[in-house]
Design a protein around this ligand. Structure first.
Ligand code: BES
Ligand code: MN
Ligand code: ZN
Length: 514
């Protein structure tokens, strides 16, 4: 889908030819002398329209309006959150197959964050999974124009929003693919394809390389599968050579049966989503490819299946991790931490400014936080608050959880340096404590996205989270670097430092399709 930014007010929006004109009307709306303003004022007066976020009034073939259909939509206080809510509520109208061209316009001042919230909500609602579904059902919406009072003020937010959409949709598509269409090798191919963009490089390691590195914990998980493991290393080099990178580590279990500690069969299909951490790293790189910010980022993805088999690792087996620490694998279903721990050890070689791992790690995190906020664990307060702020700004929120050392007590083992599980209590925290044993003093954060990366039930599908959070965080870091040596008071991603010219970017975009 193509997005365009245009200078429009209610009077000029009336002459936009399209299938649907969505008019976003905030509380305190001030009518102008134009026709649409008059209609809105009348509708408000009669009570046929109220301006609570999501309230709607549809109009058809309005005289002197070029759009075939008009939908008046209340957007409450006009905040990013209310706008998202309103656009999602109105999405039935633009998901209809006859809506190919959509124009959105604001009937009032445009708050910061509004433009990006609106384009993201349109993309989120109109996304259609395509990989293994017939093309006939593909997204009908081809073009979306966002009208604002002043293009110049909205340009940066708009460009960031559109780049973020590319990243989120990339993550959603890979998350949604069934495990036989998203094997470790196919994930590696997706990463290699990203390396066609400027400043992105990709290396892929196989079983022999991983054995040479001594990643005994990762190898133990992959043993039971016929699909060969892959260790994927992506690099985005937009900053100065000597600038320490941020390392992102994404759990890439392309299917989690539980292994010998096998899972119950109900809803086991959803364990194809157990690579959503990996998908979020790929999606973040897809957005970096568009944005070309002044920062260095490394992406690491340990990818394999977790399967039961005659060769599979067994409960009680002890393996030696890359760090040298031994692990008693008491439950083969606690496999995420095993592939992550070796990746965290590997991450140290980049002398990172920060390491952030992203994983669908524990059912316990779903119980704790549900599907609203991802679990955030960190050994560093600055990193924790930067991630929490980025999540809030991106409407992709997380919530910090504790890491008291007492939570690690249950990981003690009589036969190894640690077990891979503690009791049922505090399961999301004990998993994080396990990971913490592999990060030393490096500023590190862990995002448990088990509740937020996908939805079950009728709306089953990947959400693309937390690509929004990660991209906001990274753009914030780029802004901090650009402002050196006098760092700004805030690290949130309001200002973005770019190293590539927009024209060059667009030329590049034209050459490479998605
Ligand atoms: N991938 C799962 C976590 C998961 C389960 C995410 C359900 C979303 C929904 C992970 O590998 C796992 O199986 N974790 C176990 C850990 C336990 C054995 C300590 C869990 O949460 O049950
Ligand atoms: Mn598991
Ligand atoms: Zn898992």
């Amino acid at each position: 889908m193509n997005f365009d930014l245009k200078t429009l007010d209610l009077a000029t929006a009336a002459s936009e030819k399209c299938d649907l004109l969505l008019v976003l009307i905030p509380e305190g709306f001030k009518p102008g002398p134009d026709g649409l303003s008059l209609i809105i004022a009348q509708a408000l007066k009669s009570g046929d329209l109220t301006l609570k976020a999501g309230k709607q009034l549809p109009l058809y073939q309005v005289p002197a309006v070029a759009a075939r259909r008009v939908l008046l939509v209340g957007v409450g206080d006009g905040s990013a959150r209310a706008l998202r809510q309103a656009v999602l509520a109105a999405s039935g109208a633009f998901k209809a197959p006859q809506t190919k061209r959509l124009v959105l316009c604001f009937a009032g001042a445009v708050a910061p964050g509004a433009v990006s919230a609106v384009v993201q909500a349109v993309a989120e609602a109109s996304y259609v999974y395509t990989t293994t579904k017939p093309k006939a059902e593909a997204r009908a919406l081809g073009r979306c124009v966002v009208g604002v009072p002043h293009i110049a003020e909205a340009r940066e937010a708009f460009d960031n929003g559109v780049a973020l959409i590319a990243g989120i949709e990339f993550a959603r598509e890979w998350g949604n693919r069934p495990a036989n269409h998203a094997t470790p090798n196919l994930l590696a191919d997706a990463a290699k394809a990203l390396a066609k963009w400027p400043r992105i490089q990709c290396k892929v390691y196989g079983s022999a390389d991983v054995a040479r590195l001594g990643m005994g914990a990762f190898m133990a998980v992959a043993r039971g599968s016929e699909e060969p493991l892959r260790f994927i290393e992506l690099r985005y080099s937009g900053g100065a050579k000597n600038k320490a990178p941020v390392v992102l580590v994404g759990k890439g279990i392309t299917f989690d049966t539980g292994g010998i500690s096998i899972k119950p069969s109900a809803e086991m299909d959803e364990m194809k989503f157990d690579m959503c951490g990996a998908a979020s790293v790929l999606g973040t790189f897809r957005a970096l490819a568009e944005l070309q910010p002044a920062i260095n980022v490394v992406g690491l993805i340990p990818a394999c299946e977790n399967m039961p088999d005659g060769r599979a690792v067994k409960p009680g087996d002890v393996v030696t991790s890359m760090s040298g620490q031994t692990i008693e694998i008491l439950n083969t279903d606690a496999e995420g931490r095993l592939v992550l721990c070796d990746s965290l050890t590997y991450a140290a070689r980049f002398k990172p400014a920060a390491v952030v791992d992203i994983a669908t790690l524990t059912g316990a995190c779903v119980i704790a936080l549900g599907g609203v906020r991802s679990g955030l664990f960190a050994n560093n307060d600055g990193l924790a608050s930067a991630l929490q702020d980025a999540g809030d700004a991106a409407q992709d929120p997380c919530w910090r959880m504790p890491l008291d050392d007492d939570y690690a007590d249950g990981l003690k083992s009589n036969f190894a340096d640690m077990g891979n599980v503690a009791g049922r209590a505090g399961g999301a925290i004990t998993a994080a404590k396990f990971l913490q044993k592999f990060v030393g003093d490096t500023p590190w954060a862990h995002l448990d996205i088990a509740g937020t990366a996908w939805r079950g039930g009728a709306a089953k599908g990947s959400t693309g989270r937390p690509v929004g959070l990660l991209v906001h965080y990274l753009l914030g870091q780029a802004a901090v670097h650009a402002a050196m040596p006098a760092p700004p008071a805030t690290t949130s991603a309001t200002k973005v430092a770019r190293v590539a010219k927009p024209a060059a970017k667009r030329a590049q975009r034209a050459k490479i399709s998605s």
